[in-house]
Design a protein around this ligand. Sequence first.
Ligand code: CA
Ligand code: CA
Ligand code: CA
Ligand code: CA
Length: 590
Amino acid sequence: MEWRMTDHLKEQMRTGCRVRQRHRCARYSVALTASGFIAATALVSALMHEYSYPSGGAARSSDPPILLRDVAGTSGITFRLEHNPTPEKHLIETMPGGLAAFDYDGDGLTDLYFTNGASVPALVKTSPSHWNRLYRNEGGMKFTDVTEQAAVAGAGYSMGAAAADYDNDGDVDLFVAGVGRNALYRNTGRGTFEDVTERAGVGGRSWSVAGGWFDFDRDGLLDLFVVNYLKWSAGDRRYCGDRSRGIRVYCHPQYYDGLPNALYRNRGDGSFEDVSVKTGVAEHSGKGMGVALADYDGDGWMDVFVTNDTVPNFLFRNVAGRRFEETALPAGVAVPIHGRAISSMGAEFRDYDNDGRPDIHVTALAGETFPLFHNDGGGLFSDVTERTRLAATTLRRSGWGNALVDLDNDGWKDLFTANSHVNDRIEAFEGHKYREPNSVLHNAGGTFRDVSDRIGPDFLVPRAHRGAVAADLNGDGRIDVVTSSLGDRPEIWENQSPGANRWILIKLTGTQGNRDAIGARIRIGTQTATMTTAAGYASSVHGGIHFGLGRTKTIDRLEIVWPSGLVQVLENVATNQVLQVSMSDHRQTR
Ligand SMILES: [Ca+2]
Ligand SMILES: [Ca+2]
Ligand SMILES: [Ca+2]
Ligand SMILES: [Ca+2]
């Protein structure tokens, strides 16, 4: 997997602005300098209407830093991701590591699920070291392994996880994607799960990497989108690498055929109908890795973005719940602006610039940047990787898991990426590292600043990072981050940022439509968020919808557009609380 930078991109990187955007870039630097002065605020807003600040105020260089500390060592989490690398370099070995954060026992604390590998090439979990693991959150960043009693150790070589309450009974269920076999675990509500894969009919036979839950036809039942990677068999003996030096590497995806993704419609009786063909999803073969869900064109129907590895990405536009139109190329998200497909891996579909429309962020390999596509409205996106300063800061990095979340509660979603190259022998061929530290890119009002080197004394640890989930694990309103790494322990990044910025975490309960309210949109000031559990690379977060609110003590107006289209407005809502909202009724929990 190599990539040569085009002269065009080099020129863009050097100048920092595209010629046609030079005027805008120049204006923005004025805005940044002026942002500290109250008198200049109106001017800034007028000049930079697309970067209008939320009520919490602008990010300033003097703001308290983001501080993350790895507390895995004292957390009780002893999981190790066993990808079981072999000398044969089976491609599956470098791809695992999805995880899920969700409250499996309904005690209000977000629990953690780690997917794991199996023996290779048999793809059997022959020992407890291969088990997927569920850890119950005991509070105070302490966790207990409950895998055995919960019955979620899994089978086969697992890749990704997707949590949602698909049967609307109030208990969060779990889909696990894997190589040649997927699994669906129904939460019984008694601390255990029931393997309902066969009855549900979602087992599949492909190499699946990720799953995403959403109600595509708005009948109130959550449907399942499954992302498939490529055709691989354990019998494949292709040698890739340098025989003369005896360096064997994982083969480039170009040597394998891609696969179509799958869409399963929830019938409501515990079974699912495979509607991949009927809806047009199966017409498109890709090399899928991540899935992210949002209604990008504002027509009320939730759309699907899929990252494809070394081939163009997919954007499946939901046509009134009847079919999907693959529109990534005309929409501008199939490939970055240079026109070449990249090794797209993690996907986030959230509004980074607070203009009310969900944008798309993608992780990829060194030399490719981690592209950001701005939703311009009208169904069109533009590549803003350079304009937001992500190009220069991510060009030399390789990333998998990504999370667009507000780590310092200043009202702007920051970017966490879990970094590592895909090729564990890359250092023998190119000037890139295999194991890398993660990145935190602080969102300074619509542009990103790399603050990875001041996140904390133990942050810059190189590992073969893969999955990442961001959720508030200890209920202090600061979003924590959990990562997985091949052959290694997880990192549990407790957010200890010192600032006094305020926040709200909203947990929705749909009374009509799906109980999780997946697809609901919440607006506070200029900030918007969509309820989704699809996250980053092969991962899932079901932990409430978080907003950082700066100094805002009381939210004047909080608007919820439920998946049914019903609009609910709450006024004078206190901040620094977990707010549970049922459709047309709300109560405060703390
Ligand atoms: Ca819990
Ligand atoms: Ca359930
Ligand atoms: Ca739509
Ligand atoms: Ca922020």
